[in-house]
Design a protein around this ligand. Structure first.
Ligand SMILES: *[C@@H]1O[C@H](CO)[C@@H](O)[C@H](O)[C@H]1NC(C)=O
Ligand SMILES: [Ca+2]
Length: 327
């Protein structure tokens, strides 16, 4: 009797642990799409990673895919070469960004769901005016002066090929939403989750070593076509960091009672809600030179003199006329 109790208690504990593990990670109905994922060990077949292409400074080791090393002027990217036909998905990215820089480091990493893979450019190593979704892990605050948020900063942009990513403003004028996230130089593992379900985009982080997702932001009304490609890119400039991908996992989400299937292959990426417009704060003007300041003061003094003299003349004339009227 005692024996039996112990066994059932042990098995109960076991099932509890198992269950909580499963629920913590993902819905049991959702399943991993191998053709859109990359996990260790990477080099299953010779020197290439199945389903993935890479460009630039990418280095693959047993433990990580390094997009850029902690060196200046590096750019690297990996791109899935199988277009994604899944409509509702969650992309989980295990990443690590770290480097020698204590106060100065950059520039950051982007996770993509985009139309044109393998196209280098100015947005964290990938093309500007992209079609699709970009999630930016921006480690360097380019904008001088007043800033609405701290860095590192995670933001999302949906683009139909018309929007320019403005680095000088850290992309805040084209973002849907964003949040601060201190994911850099941490000893524990750091994860990002990008969930796209029924046109709702939710970005979450697991960066505190607690093995739990914390919501960064949620945006409704996001329309993304099928047939685009997942990718990750990173870049360094004058400042640098190691930008590593440890794994990328794509889960297809089981979405019950979805309305009649809409063909999503031809639609343009669109978002109904953008972040509330921010003040376009200009950088403070350069300090005035001595001579310029002197000239301005002289002009101001002259202006005051003219006003005073003019005022006195008008006053005297009105005195004269009122005197005339009196007599
Ligand atoms: C592209 O997006 C811009 C801004 O969001 C919008 O004004 C424009 O109508 C869109 N164009 C197309 C072709 O969807
Ligand atoms: Ca930046």
């Amino acid at each position: 009797m005692k024996m039996k109790l112990e066994v059932s208690f042990a098995s109960l504990t076991f099932y509890c642990v198992l269950l909580s593990c499963v629920f913590a990670a993902w819905n049991t109905k959702d399943y991993l799409k191998r053709e859109h994922s990359v996990v260790k060990p990477y080099q299953a077949s010779g020197i290439s990673i199945p389903f993935w292409d890479f460009t630039g400074s990418v280095m693959i080791t047993n433990s990580h895919i390094r997009l850029t090393p902690d060196l200046q002027s590096k750019t690297g990217a990996i791109w899935n070469n199988v277009p994604c036909m899944v409509k509702n998905w969650e992309l989980q990215v295990h990443f690590k960004i770290y480097g020698k820089g204590k106060d100065l480091y950059g520039d950051g990493m982007a996770i993509w769901y985009a139309k044109q893979p393998l196209t280098p450019g100015t947005v964290f190593g990938s093309m500007d005016y992209f079609h699709g979704l970009g999630i930016f892990l921006d480690t360097y605050a380019n904008q001088n002066g007043p800033h609405n948020h701290g860095h590192p900063y995670i933001s999302a942009t949906v683009n139909n090929g018309t929007l320019h990513y403005d680095h000088d403003r850290d992309g805040t004028h084209t973002e849907l939403a964003g949040c601060e996230a201190k994911f850099r130089n941490l000893d524990h593992d750091t994860h990002l989750s990008i969930r796209y379900e029924r046109d709702v985009l939710t970005v979450s982080t697991d960066i505190e070593g607690k093995n739990a997702w914390q919501e960064c932001f949620t945006v409704k009304g996001v329309r993304l076509p099928t047939g685009y490609y997942f990718g990750a890119s990173a870049t360094t400039g004058e400042l640098s960091d190691n930008h590593d991908i440890i794994s990328i996992r794509l889960y297809e989400l089981e979405v019950p009672d979805e309305k009649e299937e809409e063909d999503r292959s031809k639609i343009a990426p669109a978002a109904a809600f953008f972040a509330p417009p921010r003040d376009h704060v200009d950088d403070p003007p350069p300090p005035m030179s001595g001579t310029k300041l002197f000239l301005i003061i002289v002009c101001a003094l002259l202006g005051v003199c003219v006003c005073v003299i003019g005022g006195v003349m008008v006053f005297q004339r009105s005195q004269d006329s009122s005197r005339k009227r009196l007599y």
